[in-house]
Structure formats: C-alpha cells, structure tokens
Write a protein of this length. Structure first.
Length: 528
C-alpha cells in the first residue's frame, strides 16, 4: 500500500507537471504569435524596437530579441517554432518562465518574453494586442480572427453587446473608454472550474466587442484526473494483492490436499517445499509431522510384533515352570523351578523397562534436563559398574581430562555408554577399550572390542529395534535387540548421531556417539 501510495503521488506529480507545461504553452501560443506578427509588420528595425518597448511597458514584462545561435533547442522545441508555436521554459525554483517565438521574415533572431509575474494587466492586454493586429486587416477582421483562432486555446469572436449579460457599470466603461478591457469571472461547479472572459471594444466594428474566452484557469487537481489516478491506484493495489495471494492460495491448496490424503491414510504424502517464505516453512513442518507420524506408526507396529514375540519365550518358560511345580514333590526340584521362574520374571521386568524406555524416546520429545557435567565422571562410574560383569575380560580406557565439560542428560548418557560396554563385553573375546572427549566442539564416547565385528552391510541394521544379526550376535548371547535402538534415539534427541564401524586397533566393532558439547553447536552437527 505504501508503494502504491508513493506511485500514485509520483503519477500525480508527473501528470500535473505535463499538464502545467501544456497549459503554459497553449496560453503563450496566441499572445506570442500576435506579438511576433505585429513586430514583423513594423516598417523599420527602429520601429520594431520602439513598439516592443511600448508593449513591454504596458505588459510590465521584458521583451527582447535573442539570436537563434544562442538558444539550444530540442527536436520537439524546434518543431514547435517551425509551426509558429511558442516554447516555454519554466523554472520551478524561481517561478520564472521564458517564452520564445519565431518572427516571420527574421530567421536570425527569436522573440523572447520573460514572465516573472502574472496579473490582470497581462490578461487585459491580450485583447488589446489582438486588436493591434486587426488594424492591419481592416474590413476583414472576422477572417483574421479565424486565422488566429488555431493559436489560441479559447474562443475569439466579435459579439454584440446585447448578447452579453453585462451590468450598467461594465457597459458604461466599454462605451466611455474604447481601450477599456473588462474581465468576467465565472466559477462553475463543472469540470471546467473557474474561467475568465475578456471583453474589449473595437471601433472599426460598430455595436460589437471582441470577446476572448472563457479562458479556463489551471486546476491542479481536476476531478477526472483525480478519479482516474484513484481508480488506477486501486487497480494496481488489487493486482498486487491478487498476485501476492495467488501463489499463497496455491500453496495452501497443496497443503489442504496433502492433509486430505493423510486423513485417508496415505502417510507417504509430502508437500513440495518451494522458496523460503512462511508457506514453505509450513510445508516443511507438515512433511516433518507426517514423517514423524509415519515413523511412530511403523515403530508401534514393529514394537507390537516384537513385544508379542519377545514375551512368548519367558511366558512359556514360566508356564512350563508352573507345570513342573505342580508335577513334582521333590523339594530341591521345586526350589530350582522357583529360581528359574524368578529369573524369567526378572527377564520380563527388564524387557518391560527396555520397551518403556524405547517408547519414551521414540514417541515424541522426551523430557531432557541438559546440564553441564565432567565427562570423565561418567566413564569412571561405568568402569566401576563394569568390574562386576567383565569376568575375565580386560577393559582399558583413554579417559578425557577432568577439565572437559559437556552438556548432556546424565541418565541417558550413562545409558549409552553402559549399552556400548555391555555389547562389547558380550561379543568381544578378551579386550574392550573405552574412550571419549571433545573435538571442535563435538563431544564423543567410543567403545571398541576385539570380537568378530559387524559386516558393513549390517551396520545400519543394528540400530533398528529388535534387530539381531545372524552371526555370533545371536539370541544365545542375550539381550532383546533394543539397546542400540535406544542409543540411536538418545543420540537423536541429543542433537547428534550414533555410528558403528571397525575398530582400527582391536579389530572388532567400534561404537561411537557424537553430540554437541554445548547447545550452540547443535545446528553445526546436524548440518554435518
């Protein structure tokens, strides 16, 4: 709207400047032409100078002749002068206009009139100058007026006094002073606005006077121009709104169509993201939402299938143990069955705990309480806990310095390292090595083993829920296939990622999780 308002203002200024220039030239054409004609009819150069001095004194405007070679003319100005029209050069700062006109028979000079003020004196002198020209056409004044008419933008005519609605004072002034010119002002409510008519008596035409006008006074804001610019501005504004809303409406239509498809169950539907405006952000959010919904539904299905499968074994063992309890009276055998049932119940509790943890991390944003902590303290705690379960295996470490501070959720970071170490102890042969630190603002924890490792084609699978590989990492090794998937989700919510490759020193598998050491580095890691 501001641009349209500015454009409208510029248009009004440009249009008015052109209208004002056309008005000045049209009003100057006739007067300059008549003066140039009278000068050309003077018998001698001295009489020309004398007549110009008289006219200059009466008009109260300076008149002179300028050499043609001192005036630089444009093509349009040159064309106007050749057609006996005047050119006007107006200075807005000084409010002075210079009028130039061609004098017939004098090719080396132009008539120059400087208009530094405009009053009734100049208006009253116009019919006097016309009458001065008519003196040379005695008996054919009517024909002469027809010849002059093309140079005047208003009507020139001889009219009878009886046809004019003049009061007694105006009639007396015309009859008593034949050189008297009276002005009639009329302010009509029409588009023409204020007009001026000039009446002057002419002795050579009895009972008639010379009537000029009505002459329209320049109106800076005529209704038609104002209405046209207003309508033009509204049109531009409407087109601008249309072209702004059309792409937006088209993008909203795509999002609405995608929503309808998702409502029908087509979760693979995505919105094409074009540009970087608000609708592009909305489309990106929609795609992220549908991806998350699709992943949640797939995870729920996978979880349901996997849980039902994982629960069957301990439940079947418990049922078998209960049947054995009812079929035996041996005390030792009953105690043994009770211990096995207790282990199966503990296995069920562990499985339920793993499932709940995985569900918490998978479905929505978990409640993470990031805090600054010494990274070495987490490793120290893990090493103490691992002494109980490491058996005859050797755990070595390259611990970070105590000055290394990272931002993390202690509980989940502990869970990550614990899962890594548990996997390494389960599948490694003799040695396990743990390390960690911060490089270029990125924190990492790493656990390596000397086991058979993981084939490259299976390295992404190990982070899927309930996934077990077919080689040495079999069901007999224990676990439910949720540990590494939990690690993967923790890494995601930490703003990082978890990877597995081959250990360059021990030859087995190397598991690593990376995340931003501080929250300010989160976007950098995600981008990489």
């Amino acid at each position: 709207m501001a641009l349209v308002a500015l454009l409208s203002y510029v248009i009004v200024q440009v249009v008015n400047d052109h209208r004002a220039q056309d008005y000045r030239e049209s009003m100057a054409d006739g007067v300059a032409y008549v003066i140039a004609q009278v000068i050309a009819k003077q018998p001698t150069p001295s009489s020309q100078v004398d007549w110009m001095k008289d006219v200059s004194r009466v008009l109260e405007l300076p008149l002179d002749l300028v050499a043609t070679n001192t005036l630089e003319l444009s093509r349009s100005e040159h064309r106007r002068l050749e057609n006996h029209h005047a050119i006007v050069r107006y200075d807005d700062k000084t409010a002075i206009g210079d009028i130039y006109a061609r004098i017939e028979g004098m090719s080396n000079v132009y008539l120059h009139i400087r208009v530094d003020k405009l009053s009734e004196v100049q208006i009253k002198m116009i019919p006097i100058l016309i009458l001065e020209d008519l003196v040379y056409y005695s008996g054919s004044e009517e024909n002469r007026l027809e010849q002059l008419q093309p140079y005047f933008p208003y009507k020139l005519a001889f009219r009878s006094l009886s046809d004019l609605q003049l009061d007694m004072d105006q009639l007396s002034r015309l009859r008593l002073d034949k050189a008297q010119t009276i002005l009639l002002y009329e302010d009509s409510g029409t588009a023409q606005g204020t007009t001026i008519s000039a009446i002057s008596a002419y002795t050579n035409v009895p009972n008639k006077v010379l009537l000029l006008g009505p002459v329209p006074v320049f109106n800076w804001f005529p209704f038609r121009i104002f209405a046209g610019i207003t309508l033009f501005s509204l049109l531009i504004l409407s087109l601008g709104v249309y072209f702004l809303m059309r792409p937006l409406q088209r993008k909203i239509g795509k999002v609405r169509l995608a929503l309808n498809q998702v409502r029908k169950g087509e979760l693979n539907t995505r919105v094409e993201v074009i540009g970087s405006d608000e609708m592009a952000t909305l489309g990106l959010s929609f795609n992220m939402m549908t991806e998350h919904i699709q992943r949640l539904i797939e995870a729920q299905r996978e979880l349901t299938r996997a849980v039902s499968h994982e629960l069957r074994t301990p439940v079947a063992r418990i049922r078998f143990g209960m049947e054995m309890l009812t079929d035996t009276d041996d005390y030792e055998s009953r105690l043994q069955q009770q211990e096995m049932i207790d282990k199966d119940i503990e296995s069920l509790n562990s499985l339920i705990d793993e499932i709940l943890t995985y569900a918490t991390l998978e479905q929505g944003t978990p409640n993470l309480n990031f805090e600054q902590m010494v990274l070495k303290d987490v490793f120290t705690q893990i090493l103490k806990e691992s002494d109980v379960i490491k058996k005859d295996k050797i755990i070595s470490s390259t611990l970070p310095d105590e000055s290394i501070i990272v931002e993390a959720e202690y509980r989940y970071l502990h869970r990550v390292i614990q899962n890594f170490v548990g996997n390494a102890l389960r599948y490694g042969q003799q040695r396990v090595h743990i390390s960690g630190g911060v490089e270029n603002g990125i924190a990492f924890v790493c656990v390596e083993d000397d086991g058979v490792g993981i084939a490259e084609k299976d390295r992404e699978k190990v982070f899927d829920a309930f996934t077990r590989l077919d080689d040495s990492r079999t069901r007999a090794s224990g676990g439910y296939g949720l540990g590494l998937s939990i690690v993967s989700r923790i890494a995601y919510w930490f703003g990082g990622h978890a990877v597995v490759d081959a250990s360059p020193t021990l030859g087995g598998a190397r598991f690593m999780m990376q995340w931003p050491a501080t929250r300010t580095h989160r976007k950098k890691l995600r981008k990489n």
